[in-house]
Design a protein around this ligand. Structure first.
Ligand code: PGA
Length: 261
């Protein structure tokens, strides 16, 4: 399967930015600007804070938008005494399509491990949400020459005991930690090399057919000015965008990457 057979994904991760009122203005701008040709070429995903999801859903439903959205995290539990947590069934009720799992900020600041990431992947699948699993190495690990091994271990840990039919539809976002929010972008070749390694790992754990279907994104200081070279890599199927996605105009330029010079 070639890149042409995996629909590219452009996912905007708002992190802890944009309140629920601001999200309505943002979504209206997207609704006004995106045309059918954009949606035909690219799947556009937004990861708003939990408190915005209802507002995002309302705009998407009212205007029959083809934008999809996801949660930035998900509880590993179904329900119960877990103060502050949000369950997969709550997210599904809001027509949430994706759950972002294992973002490096959650691994670093909320002690998420490969085990908890794996539990969340299973919780997402149980509630019919598509996991978007974030993996990637820190600068120390890269400088020590262990970036590939580290990242592939994260992939294997996240997918432990996950059945192949679910793996073929999920998304893996390679986000080198040293490139997130720093302005330091990995080279397009780095993104391609790691995507090949991740795909080969999925092929080894499952099958070539599954590996050919899984979509692998790059994330870390993506902007309109660097997206084209990244997207020209055959194994990179899209991007997870933080800072640059906070500005809807910049996010639109990224979504329309083939138009960039
Ligand atoms: P960034 O963030 O684009 O601001 O580097 C990416 C991410 O953390 O998903």
């Amino acid at each position: 399967m070639t890149n042409d057979q995996r629909k590219p994904v452009m996912a905007g991760n708002w992190k802890m930015n944009i309140n629920h009122l601001e999200s309505i203005a943002y979504m209206n701008k997207m609704a006004f600007s995106l045309i059918d040709a954009d949606y035909a070429r690219t799947e556009v995903v937004i990861f708003p804070p939990f408190t915005d999801i209802r507002s995002v859903q309302t705009v998407v439903d009212a205007d029959h938008l083809s934008i999809t959205y996801g949660a930035q995290d998900i509880s590993a539990h179904d329900s119960g005494a877990y103060t502050g947590e949000i369950s997969g069934s709550m997210l599904k009720k809001l027509h949430t399509k994706y759950a972002l799992i294992g973002h490096s900020e959650r691994r670093a600041y909320h002690n998420e491990t490969d085990e908890s990431v794996n539990a969340k992947v299973k919780a997402a699948i149980k509630h019919d949400l598509i996991p978007m699993i974030a993996v990637g190495e820190t600068l120390d690990i890269r400088q020590g020459g262990n970036a590939v091994e580290h990242t592939l271990n994260q992939v294997q840990g996240a997918l432990k005991d996950v059945r192949s039919n679910y793996v073929s539809e999920l998304v893996i976002a390679y986000e080198p930690v040293w490139a997130i929010g720093t302005g330091e972008v990995a080279t397009p070749q780095d993104a391609q090399d790691m995507s090949i390694a991740i795909r080969a790992k999925v092929a080894k754990l499952y099958s070539q057919d599954v590996a050919d279907k899984v979509r692998i994104l790059y994330g870390g200081s993506v902007k309109a000015g660097n997206i084209k070279a990244i997207m020209e890599q055959p194994d990179v199927d899209g991007a997870l965008i933080g800072g640059a996605a906070l500005d809807p105009d910049e996010f639109l330029r990224i979504i329309r990457w083939p138009d960039q010079p």
